[in-house]
Design a protein around this ligand. Structure first.
Ligand SMILES: [Zn+2]
Ligand SMILES: [Zn+2]
Length: 293
């Protein structure tokens, strides 16, 4: 089954995300489970969970991914930040499990000072300890490749591989590949042979041999810019041809695609980008997107 969707807001309650997705004709969504800029948040209460699961059970939106807070830095060498990151990651995972989310997307963190092997060790230890503290956990952590700026971990396949090896909990780990981040960290996706080589280098590092999720975004800046600035599909430097190659590849492997493209006012840009995604995939366009151009 071809699964595709976009990042949506949880404004008004977690149960509202299904209607939002349905209104756009998608079958997968990504959310922040709480304000992504704050450390403090509560687990959803019983009423919120009831409403959420009731809406989900009758929805055509069948996949829900959660993006972890940007504040979390499991690689931090600052003990206070590391401890807060650990507590917050644990809560994110508990929430994800309560919501029966299909994955919690997490950036591997950053190593200020440039000691990358130390950072990989610290990040892996925290992730492993959090996983081990939650027996029965079903939602996997999906490490996301990053844009390759400075001391951010996880832009190169070998580094993601080192993290997976060091974490050593293969059944709880997956990969989320972001096309903008790939391009920003210097991986050219515009030719078929280049793309296949890059993808197989990344796929080989994942315990399951393939990513669990794609973030499909164009890149506002050029190849190797190191800058994490997303653009609408076909409006950036990856371009329609490169993105269409990814979409066909993902579709053939049944890897879900989530858009994190700029939103602007209302839903106009979301509709446009979803329509472009479906055209790239040669997939029938749902009624909700027929007039989107
Ligand atoms: Zn991300
Ligand atoms: Zn992303």
């Amino acid at each position: 089954m071809f699964r595709f969707g976009l990042h949506v807001s949880i404004a008004g309650g977690l149960d509202r995300i299904f209607g939002r997705g349905e209104g756009l004709g998608v079958n997968a969504v990504q959310i922040f489970s709480h304000s992504s800029r704050s450390w403090e948040f509560d687990l959803p209460d019983d009423a919120a969970l009831d409403a959420y699961h009731r809406s989900r059970s009758s929805s055509s939106v069948t996949r829900v991914y959660i993006h972890a807070s940007y504040l979390i830095n499991v690689a931090s060498e600052d003990p206070t930040i590391a401890e807060k990151s650990k507590t917050t990651l644990r809560k994110e995972l508990e929430t994800a499990d309560l919501l029966k989310a299909d994955g919690l997307v997490l950036h591997p963190g950053s190593a200020r000072g440039g000691d990358r092997s130390g950072a990989i060790f610290r990040a892996s230890r925290i992730i492993r300890e959090v996983l081990d503290s939650l027996p029965g956990l079903e939602t996997p952590i999906l490490l996301e490749n990053t844009a390759g700026a400075g001391s951010m971990l996880g832009s190169r396949p070998e580094e993601l591989g080192a993290l997976f090896t060091e974490i050593d909990r293969p059944h709880h780990m997956g990969l989320c590949l972001d096309s903008c981040h790939l391009f920003a960290s210097g991986f050219d996706l515009s030719t078929e042979s280049g793309r296949d080589e890059v993808l197989s280098d990344f796929f080989q590092q994942v315990p399951s041999g393939r990513p669990s999720l794609w973030h499909l975004n164009d890149a506002m800046f050029g190849l190797g810019s190191g800058r994490d600035r997303h653009a609408g599909l076909g409006e950036g430097h990856v371009g329609t041809k490169g993105l269409a190659g990814i979409v066909r590849h993902a579709k053939s492997m049944e890897i879900p695609l989530i858009l994190e493209t700029p939103k602007g006012e209302g839903e106009t840009l979301d509709r446009q980008n979803l329509r472009r995604l479906l055209d790239m995939a040669n997939h029938p366009v749902p009624d909700a997107l027929l007039d989107a151009r």
